[in-house]
Design a protein around this ligand. Structure first.
Ligand code: SF4
Length: 350
């Protein structure tokens, strides 16, 4: 059955044959706690005969989500402690997040903002709150970059996006505007001329960080949408989450990163999964992640390498967590490990 609107309920999922009738009660229980939506593009990508389908795992509710572990946090990356005014997160000196909307076209089961997004979430900023957010940005000359996230900013209409860009265009010290979005993959039909036009503003560089986690997400329709954005002069970078059962093997990660580069998207972040409530079934250990990233280094071009990143819980910012390829031996000597895992002295011993 081909869905024509997002799947949001257990009945929708059963009718689309993504769950069985005997799973409906458990899915209803998860849906009562966390938002559910699967766009037609993503529903069509799921193989219902595969119990381990990596697309289904990202979007179909799992009863494991109701298991909350003591280390999990409502606000795992600490947005709230860095929010000086509604809609703004100011964690690093030269950039802010502008969270204009807390709605997404899909709801990822591992979402790090799952307590804030969705129909019952924080909604869309009111006009007054928007005024406050722009006033904050305008009054801080150190803000060089504004990152629109949320929620997914590309659910906003082209008219609303154009308004935001025009307001940012009038703030001289803002030079870069970055959109974090899943739309080109999960709802590629939204990427049309009006939307692309709305993302651009004179004198500002527009970047778009595309969130995708499995190479199958880069469908023909997604690749077309990406090409339209790149051809329009928007710079695309990637962000992915390292997820158990989705992309936690080197072949899948290599195919994903190569897929990005082939579509003119520079791999940027590979996030270690955050300590979001009910997401323990997605988390690898840091050591497992480091081993995967080291294997990736040995396998694919430097152009395809993402930074493996951990958001330090509590809002302390991002840290690179790739295993070090250099060890200080003292006296100005180092041991350097190459892409094959072989150790070499630096400077070379003679
Ligand atoms: S698109 Fe982003 S904000 Fe929305 S549910 Fe997925 S991870 Fe969360």
């Amino acid at each position: 059955m081909n869905a024509i609107r997002p799947l949001r309920t257990a009945t929708d999922l059963r009718d689309a044959r993504l769950i069985d009738t005997d799973q409906m009660q458990a899915v209803d229980a998860v849906a009562a706690r966390y938002a559910v939506a699967i766009t037609p593009a993503m529903a069509a990508l799921i193989d219902p005969s595969d119990p381990n389908d990596p697309i289904a795992r990202q979007f179909v509710p799992d009863p494991a989500e109701l298991t909350h572990l003591p280390e999990e946090l409502q606000d795992p990356i600490g947005d709230a402690v860095h929010s000086p005014v509604e809609g703004i997160v100011h964690r690093y000196p030269d950039r802010v997040l502008l969270k204009a909307v807390h709605v997404c076209p899909v709801y990822c089961r591992f979402c790090f903002r799952r307590e804030m997004v969705g129909p019952q979430g924080l909604g869309t900023l009111t006009p007054d709150a928007m005024d406050g957010a722009f006033a904050y940005i305008a009054s801080r000359p150190e803000i060089w970059e504004v990152i629109l996230t949320g929620g997914d900013p590309l659910v906003l209409s082209p008219r609303r996006l154009a308004e935001i860009m025009q307001r940012l265009a009038s703030i001289d010290h803002v030079k870069v505007v970055r959109f974090h979005t899943r739309v080109p993959v999960v709802e590629p039909a939204r990427i049309d001329e009006d939307l692309i036009h709305a993302l651009k503003a004179s004198g500002k560089a527009t970047y778009l960080a595309l969130h995708a986690n499995h190479p199958r997400e880069l469908t023909a329709a997604a690749r077309d949408a990406i090409a339209k954005l790149v051809d329009a002069g928007i710079v695309l970078i990637s962000q992915s989450v390292l997820l158990k059962g989705v992309n936690d093997d080197v072949e899948t990660l290599a195919a994903l990163m190569r897929g990005f580069v082939e579509n003119r998207i520079k791999p940027y972040y590979l996030h270690h999964p955050d300590l979001a409530p009910g997401t323990g079934h997605f988390r690898l250990t840091i050591a497992e992640g480091q081993a995967l990233v080291a294997a990736l280094r040995g396998r694919i071009s430097g152009l395809c390498q993402p930074s493996y990143i951990l958001d330090i819980p509590g809002g302390h910012g991002k840290a690179v967590v790739s295993s070090a390829s250099i060890a200080d031996q003292g006296g100005g000597c180092f041991t350097v490990t190459n892409f094959r895992g072989e150790e070499h002295a630096y400077p070379p011993t003679v």
